[in-house]
Design a protein around this ligand. Structure first.
Ligand code: URP
Ligand code: ZN
Ligand code: ZN
Length: 455
């Protein structure tokens, strides 16, 4: 395949060049390549960028009796249509069970279904000292990062002793630790009080999870990472308050990184004030914040306090959200977003003049590859790397909608960005040399995504 006349944009350069792909791999990137090719793509007037990497997705995530509504096929299909060619999901250790069991379980979910490449981060829920050696086996299985929660006391929460053990174990293996940082114990106290006071509406999800309790958990995680020498990646940073300790740690030279998500940059908590049950669509954790928080997060993207944009894609059917119609604590947490990340970030980032095209590539692809052991195989356009490429039309406009077949393939009956106009759209999406989407239409094949054993 020869991609001609496009402007190749990577995290480090932007230049007119052709890209020659042989099989699944990029063979050459140079101006005026004259080789014969079976398939010619004219990328005149288009950007040629590395496929997006979304390092934070939840397909078929079990939450009580239900699961998130996208599985590894529908979720990766939506990702592909939106310009993402690689995702990382989260096997979840059941308390008292081996982490390796969870990895097997997640392989069974993904095998034969995913249509783009995927990796796993290991969610640790239970790590008595005798289980710490298992962490090495997890890394040897290609799952080279661990995730811990200080939220969700009844499900995923781990105490500080477990944080210490897990971070030390990860540090010894050179594996980064991802943190969902919110003080779940204190939040539960606020939630119970709100319920006693008779508050049941979706808006109370946000009112009971203040940014200060996100900031506190971020700071605590940083302290424990510092004393255990762990590399820390705070997932879905949502507030100005939570970014402050990240900046403080970075200024002291600690290996602390931050991810935020399009929803925290582009949506705010006024969405919860809509009448009826509408606000349930955005019941996610952390909750949506204020416009001032959005501004702080954009500033972090600009000055590199924030390195990665993931989505925390975790959709639920409205019929499942309905379980919490009479009690906000019963609304399953999470929202869809995987398909719209690239267009949203280009539109609000590059087209709106906040960031450069190279920074766009860095935060949507390259940095995730670097941090999670995939670089340079993924995350850039260079000879020898996987041919994960997006021909991106920076001028094309679309209106995101559950009813727009070019912007919504996610298996869920609403879109969190309904009606939002974006400028910039992935026109052709190539995953390991195969065209998997064209003009927002899926052209890939179920089961062709590979599990990525990460370094
Ligand atoms: O509300 C959310 N974010 N659900 C997914 C699980 C998590 O906390 O990341
Ligand atoms: Zn989370
Ligand atoms: Zn998540």
């Amino acid at each position: 395949m020869l991609i001609r006349n496009g402007r190749v944009v990577t995290a480090s350069e932007s230049r007119m060049a052709d890209v020659l792909v042989c099989g699944e791999t990029i063979l050459e990137v140079a101006a005026g390549i004259s080789s014969h090719a079976d398939e010619l793509i004219d990328a005149s007037g288009r950007l040629v960028i590395p496929g997006g990497i979304d390092p934070h997705v939840h397909f078929e995530l079990p939450v009580g009796e239900i699961t998130s509504s996208d599985d590894f096929f529908t979720g990766t299909r939506a990702a592909a249509c939106g310009g993402t060619t690689c995702v990382i999901d989260f096997p979840t250790q059941e308390r008292g069970h081996s982490m390796l069991e969870a990895i097997d379980q997640w392989h069974r979910k993904a095998d034969g279904k995913a249509c783009i490449d995927y990796g796993f981060h290991m969610i640790v829920t239970d790590l008595p000292p005798e289980r710490v050696p298992e962490m090495r086996q997890v890394v040897e299985a290609g799952v080279s990062s661990f995730k811990l929660f200080t939220a969700y006391p009844d499900r995923l929460y781990v105490d500080d002793a477990t944080l210490m053990r897990a971070m030390r174990g990860a540090a010894e293996l050179g594996a980064p630790v991802l943190m969902h940082a919110e003080n779940g114990i204190a939040i539960d106290e606020i939630v119970q009080r709100a319920r006693r006071d008779g508050h049941r509406e979706p808006a109370w999800h946000a009112r009971t999870r203040p940014p200060a309790l996100e900031a506190e958990a971020v700071f605590r995680s940083i302290a424990i990472a510092e004393v255990t020498d762990a590399t820390l990646y705070i997932v879905h940073v949502s507030s100005a308050a939570a970014l402050e300790p990240v900046r403080w740690a970075q200024a002291r030279g600690l290996p602390v990184y931050a991810e935020t998500c399009p929803q925290y940059l582009m949506l705010d908590d006024s969405l919860y004030d809509q009448p009826g049950f509408e606000g349930a669509k955005w019941v996610m954790t952390p909750a949506l914040r204020k416009p001032s928080d959005q501004a702080a997060l954009w500033a972090g993207i600009v000055d590199d306090a924030v390195q990665v944009i993931g989505t925390d894609h975790c959709p639920f059917w409205m019929k499942d959200k309905e379980r919490g119609r009479d009690d906000f604590t019963c609304i399953p947490n999470g929202a869809p977003g995987i398909e719209n990340r690239m267009a949203l970030l280009y539109s609000e980032g590059v087209a709106a003049g906040r960031i450069s095209e190279q920074r766009f590539v860095e935060i949507t692809s390259t940095n995730a590859a670097r941090l999670f052991g995939l670089f340079p195989r993924k995350g850039t356009i260079a000879p020898g790397t996987d041919a994960d490429i997006v021909i991106f039309d920076s001028g094309r406009e679309e209106t995101i909608s559950v009813d727009n077949p070019r912007t919504h393939h996610m298996q869920v009956d609403y879109n969190a960005y309904e009606g939002r106009r974006v400028r910039g759209f992935p026109e052709i999406v190539i995953a390991r040399g195969r065209i998997v989407a064209r003009d927002g239409e899926f052209t890939g094949i179920q089961g062709t995504g590979n599990f990525l054993k990460r370094n």
